[in-house]
Design a protein. Sequence first.
Length: 331
Amino acid sequence: MSDPVRAIADAVLYEGYVLWPYRRSALKNAQRWTFGCVLPRAHCEARAAGDDAWTMQTQCLVEGPAHARLRATVRFLHVVRRQAHDLRGHPVDVVEHAGERHLSWDEAVERELRPAPATLTQLGHARERSPFELPAGTAREPLPGGAALVRSWQQLEGLVELRAERRDERLHRVTVRIENRTPWRGGPRAAALRRALCSTHTLLRVEGGAFVSLTDPPASLADEAAACANAGTWPVLVGEPDARDALLSSPIILADHPRVAPESPGDFFDGGEIDQLLVLNVLGLTDGEKDEMRASDPRTRALLERVEALGPDELMALHGRTVREARELRP
């Protein structure tokens, strides 16, 4: 059985990764990594506009005893430069072999940080500070005929800090703070993004306790919920309906207990759009546009192959209308 928490976390992680029409040449893909970017501190402090952040903070409420145990996972995308090399090993914009094209562009690799689990009491007495360092690296993918794709990524350094503040006998305020402390000596924003935590989100799980909805808190906890300070992120309950043991804090605004529609044929990186329209738009691309979509990124290639493989029944399911369960929210 698929994990609904992981499914939502993955959808959030790749939201905006690449947008329709899923090609490198598309104007809307000229500037990528637009959600949840935590950039190097020195870069952010040097920008007069103040529109980039080097920290992300989640605050939420946990009901239960002080021995309730908290586990946190910070997930993000690490930008990877994919550079095509020709038969002589020279970097080029595109390589082609046997009718297959490969473009130089940016990809990303998934990263996870897992601070040590701790009880609320432990997090109240001493903050859990977890420094991290991800070294720079390269990887070479040989292509048929002698060309190659060389992928490279920059070093990242930072800190994940967890703490808990007791509010009463059975209520704690939990804080997760993420910092990007990667050294930065200046340069364009595009270069800083290679040293950023992109699409950053935090997944929290509690054993022996329960998270409080910040979207629809009980009246008795409304003031405590309103006092939670979240910077660059939006915490919601996730998992099975009415479950309160997991919380996802992401840069994408969601309702409590979001779910991926079962009719969806896969991730389109564009959750604000309708799958049916995106499927039809992909199928309506010209052969040349599809060729660029295949060459732009392995994930867009997989998306195209998935859409082209849809059968009549699957297309009809997208066309049909499904009414989901509704529930009343408190005013």
